[in-house]
Design a binder for this molecule. Structure first.
Ligand SMILES: NC(=O)c1ccc[n+]([C@@H]2O[C@H](COP(=O)([O-])OP(=O)(O)OC[C@H]3O[C@@H](n4cnc5c(N)ncnc54)[C@H](OP(=O)(O)O)[C@@H]3O)[C@@H](O)[C@H]2O)c1
Length: 212
């Protein structure tokens, strides 16, 4: 597939690009600083600023078949990037007829009653931004979406390849495992219109995804 990644210089995106290229996909890597993307077969860097309007964003999506939104502002630009940047990418995708949209969100972002948990209370504004984007995708689009909600991300060199889904508590997620899960979701139609709450675990990713 031709796949667009928004936020392609990010930590998750770097692993996601590898996963998708390994599976034979063509990746367009949208980034504010596309010169930071490793140019190689199957990867085309493209300038992307999520402050742009929907019309301009839709131009970047011409010829694409799926969009991943894995961008984020680390709390510095929550409204324009994490919230409305995501919404505009959804609108842009619909404008050019793309159906598949995978949104990287955060654990319990759609469950405000959980936001006073000790490990979430300090990221309330972030969760509000994610709540807005997640709910827009669910209620205001006709996209074949999947929303992945991991707990805190931790760096690792390789994916263990084993995760847990339907988690009840926020637990650590290695970045390579999150990227591998995002890649596994892409063509799994059983994940359409679903929120997947995940952490590292002991079930092989492909098997876990079958049970979503
Ligand atoms: N950190 C956690 O524990 C955690 C837990 C659960 C979910 N998440 C979610 O996972 C996402 C990805 O995590 P990560 O660690 O890979 O993030 P990251 O390394 O901070 O990457 C974020 C990406 O977004 C891009 N970006 C920011 N503002 C932009 C804009 N206005 N236009 C275009 N691109 C923009 C950044 O580009 P620049 O390099 O140009 O800034 C960067 O490529 C986070 O944003 C968060 O929503 C994080």
């Amino acid at each position: 597939m031709n796949i667009f990644i928004a936020g392609a210089t990010g930590r998750v995106a770097q692993f996601l690009i590898e996963e998708l290229v390994d599976k034979g996909h063509q990746v367009t890597a949208g980034a504010r600083n596309p010169e930071r993307i490793d140019v190689k077969e199957g990867v085309r860097p493209l300038p992307l600023d999520l402050h742009a309007g929907v019309e301009d964003l839709s131009q970047l999506l011409q010829g694409q078949e799926a969009v991943y939104f894995v961008a984020g502002s680390r709390g510095k630009d929550l409204l324009q990037t994490d919230a409305f940047g995501a919404v505009k990418m959804m609108q842009a995708a619909e404008l050019v007829g793309i159906k598949r949209f995978v949104l990287l969100s955060s654990i319990f972002a759609t469950e405000p009653e959980r936001w006073s948990d000790p490990n979430l209370v300090s990221i309330m504004d972030y969760n509000i931004a994610k709540f807005f984007a997640d709910n827009w995708l669910i209620h205001n689009t006709k996209l074949d979406y999947t929303i992945l909600q991991p707990g805190n991300l931790v760096e690792a060199e390789t994916a263990s390849g084993k995760i847990a889904i339907h988690v009840k508590q926020s637990q650590p997620n290695s970045i390579p495992n999150v990227a591998a899960t995002l890649a596994a979701i892409l063509e799994s139609s059983n994940t359409y219109q679903k929120i997947i709450q995940m952490s590292d675990g002991d079930v092989p990713i492909e098997l876990a995804i079958q049970n979503v």
